[in-house]
Every structure is written in structure tokens, then in C-alpha cells.
Design a protein around this ligand. Sequence first.
Ligand code: ZN
Length: 187
Amino acid sequence: MRLAPDDPLISGYRRFRQDVWPARAESYARLAKRGQKPSTAVVACSDARLDPQAIFDAEPGELFVIRTVAGLEFAVRILRVRTLVLLGHADCDGIHAMLRGPLRHAPDFLMPWMDIAEPVMWPMPEAEPGECFEAKVEDAVIGLSLANLRGFPWIASAEKSGALRLRAFKLHLGQGVLSECDTGREA
Ligand SMILES: [Zn+2]
């Protein structure tokens, strides 16, 4: 098969083979043989700018990244990860859409999905002077998402027994700064 040199996927793969693979060949071989045993699962927004591997500078096999509900159950009940990270971010397109009007061109799944976040608007979060209203809503949605995770009985019981720790972070994309949500300070 001939690979097109101007294809960004293929050129990315070639950089991986040339620059990344040699140093990691051994660890990939080990992962292929022994299977995955990640200790941490990350629930992340699907936003293309949000890259959990890069933010946590994680090696392959360290993070089980979840962008589907089925993956959540697999990570907690089958892989039995010890930490479940909720990774939100500023400038989220989903939050933009929730605040600025319905997603008319994506009504089948996206609108009902964003409806899950709507309770944060009742009552409307109030921003202090100098505070960004949208940031308040983002924080409230992260809080609601944590509460929703705890609504799964198998997550609540794992957390109660100490087998699972839940953590929430928010990435400020423009600054590249990650803050832990319960303190609000940079991680
Ligand atoms: Zn987002």
C-alpha cells in the first residue's frame, strides 16, 4: 500500500514510528503481552483540543480514557481502576450551545444530551463582579457531572468502600493551566 506523504494522519503516524516508537517499543511489547492494567480512568469531553494523555503526560497503558458510558462501566467494574478523573475544560462548545441557544442542526442526540446539564441553570448561577458567568456555568456542569457519576450505584459503592477515588479537573485551554475543582487552584 502506498501512503500519501501529504496525509496528516499518515505523516503523524510516521513521526510516531520514527520519533516515539523506538523509545517505547519495549513498553508497547510488554503492554501487548500482559494486557492493560490502568490505575486511572479519565472521563473527558470529546473536544478535539482536550488531550488527556498530553495534559497528564501519561504513557500508553496508564490512562483509560472514557468518552462513552459503556467505557465508564468497563473501567470501573471490569478493569477496577482506582481513580476516576472527570476532565472538563473552559470554552466548551457544549456549554456555549447550552447558553446561547439550541443546537438546531444536531437535534437527535446532542440536544437531549445537553438537557442533562440544564439543571445547573435552575436557579441561574450568579457571577460575582469580575467573575465570568460562563466559567461559573462550566464549574456547575462539572459539579453536576460528578454528582451524576455518583448516581451510578456501582460508582457510589466503590467510592464508599475506598476502592475508587473520584477527582475533577478543569483545563483552561488558552493558558494550558489545569485546576483541581474542589480547591479551584492550579493542580
Ligand atoms: Zn467541551
